[in-house]
Design a protein around this ligand. Structure first.
Ligand code: ASP
Length: 353
């Protein structure tokens, strides 16, 4: 009897372990940028505000996936929340160019059929990720830039805003400080900036030492087994000459492929991510059998040996999220059908469900 009882307990434990290892039906991971993010640099209010913002984005994306929605809709929902949040360097709250303008880049990729859409240098489209999606689904092209990209977005009914909508005081102060250090002239504030900034004054602001971090991204696996990736950013503070980073370059900052079994969104010094084709290479490594964690870390280490710093989020076809970074922190989080939302900021925290 005794032995039977122990056997039953052992079998129950085994069943539990097997259940815990079952692949989730859906899974989502997000990031809000990587960089020198240390406990000493974030006030308790800022720390809490970032965690709350990441949780809101995860909830929006999870709601789509839980109800059987598409990976593409989930990443868009999560990213739009972060684009509207002044804490992140995407949409409202984005960094400024050296001329004091906001120029937004975004990309999206559908792992099911390798369709992709990207926009660079948007100045009026409220949700750059929606523009990237529309370019993918409603235009014959993959990438549109500048005025033409905004005009296309408007033509398909995407919300257009006055550029002052994107303005935040903290990012402006960051730009002024950076330009002073460089010995470059300080541009005049965008028209309507103070009115736009005032409404945000009571909200938690990103730390002032944060000159470029806060790009946002999401990767997801939906219940149909499809993978998708998306990324959105204001790029690098003080950028000049129409600079475009890795985010809208498919295969550099963003990539997804059901066949390879991966979806990737990157953040960091874009010039290096472009040269190392980071997102595509991670997928190639995974197609050859590497886990998301191993592929992501190996690629980030190798790519960033060229220079710069940053990180990636990776989703595998079995719904396992992975994070890899060379920085002391990355705003990030994950949720799945088998685990509740979990968020993390510092490199030494575990955000995997
Ligand atoms: N990768 C972005 C860019 O280079 C910036 C970032 O992720 O912080 O535009």
């Amino acid at each position: 009897m005794m032995r039977m009882g122990m056997l039953a307990v052992a079998m129950a434990a085994l069943a539990g372990a097997v259940k815990a290892q079952e692949a989730p039906r859906w899974s989502l991971a997000i990031h809000g940028g990587a960089g020198v993010i240390e406990r000493a640099n974030l006030s308790p209010e800022q720390d809490a505000a970032y965690r709350a913002a990441l949780t809101r984005a995860l909830e929006a994306g999870s709601a789509v996936l839980r109800s059987g929605g598409e990976a593409l809709d989930a990443i868009q929902a999560a990213i739009e929340i972060m684009e509207d949040d002044p804490l992140f360097n995407a949409g409202r709250g984005a960094v400024f160019t050296a001329e004091g303008k906001t120029e937004l880049d975004a990309a999206v990729m559908n792992g099911a059929d390798l369709t992709a859409g990207a926009a660079a240098g948007l100045t009026r489209t409220r949700h750059p990720i929606a523009a990237a999606r529309a370019i993918m689904e409603q235009s014959p092209h993959v990438m549109l830039i500048g005025e033409g990209a905004d005009a296309f977005s408007a033509s398909v009914g995407l919300e257009q805003v006055d550029p002052a909508f994107f303005f935040t005081e903290r990012r402006w102060q960051g730009l002024e400080r950076q330009l002073r250090e460089r010995g470059d002239p300080i541009p005049t504030r965008p028209e309507g900036a103070s009115a736009a900034g005032q409404g945000l004054a009571s909200l938690p602001q990103p730390p002032l030492n944060e000159r470029k971090f806060g790009t946002v991204g999401a990767v997801a696996l939906d219940q149909s087994g499809n993978l998708a990736a998306g990324t959105s950013t204001g790029g690098m503070s003080g950028k000049r000459w129409g600079r475009v980073g890795d985010v809208p370059v498919i295969g550099a900052g963003t990539y997804a492929s059901n066949t390879d079994g991966c979806a990737v969104s990157a953040t960091g010094d874009g010039e290096y991510f472009i040269r190392a084709t980071v997102a595509r290479d991670i997928c190639a490594r995974m197609a050859s059998g590497a886990s998301g964690q191993v592929a992501g870390q190996a690629e980030v280490d190798e790519a960033l040996a060229l220079g710069g710093s940053g990180g990636v989020i990776v989703m595998s076809r079995d719904g396992q999220p992975a994070y890899a970074m060379t920085t002391s922190g990355m705003y990030r989080g994950a949720a799945s059908s088998s685990e509740p939302a979990r968020v993390a900021i510092y490199a030494d925290e575990d955000a995997r469900p």
